[in-house]
Write a protein that binds this ligand. Structure first.
Ligand SMILES: [Zn+2]
Length: 137
């Protein structure tokens, strides 16, 4: 498992050691850092115990390097990053920014791979041909 993660804006590396690092903001506009597991479909995360958010809360994700917002253009509930797999292939990764929602989509020229028990919620990814067309425009 050697996936690398890049910010789609600055292409800075978001993975350090065994974590992907994000700057986040909760509904009360409090800022913090969130560490996510680099394995797709592993939803374990680490944050400071004093930084709180509730299940169902929509968290803002930012690149900790360039500070750009990582919202996906096609859906305001999804975060967009790039992943380089161990073979050097680049894929688009989309995941839910709703706390507790387990939905991840890997988009590559071969198609879309959905992971997570809530991945049926974002139906654009069922229309994968149209999505790929959208991503290429
Ligand atoms: Zn960036």
């Amino acid at each position: 498992m050697d996936n690398q993660y890049l910010c789609p804006h600055c292409r800075g590396h978001l993975r350090v050691g065994d974590f992907i690092i994000f700057r986040i903001r909760n509904n009360r506009r409090e800022k913090g850092l969130l560490l996510l597991h680099p394995e797709v479909g592993n939803y374990s995360s680490i944050k400071h115990p004093k930084f709180h958010f509730e299940e169902g809360e929509r968290i803002d994700f930012y690149c900790p390097i360039c500070m750009q917002n990582l919202d996906a253009a096609m859906d305001e509930n999804l975060v967009h990053v790039l992943m380089i797999d161990p073979d050097g292939n680049e894929q688009e990764i989309y995941f839910s920014r709703i706390a507790g929602e387990k939905s991840t989509y890997q988009v590559s020229p071969e198609g879309v791979k959905a992971t997570g028990e809530h991945s049926h919620r974002y139906t654009h990814f069922k229309m994968s041909d149209e999505l790929i067309q959208y991503l290429n425009t």
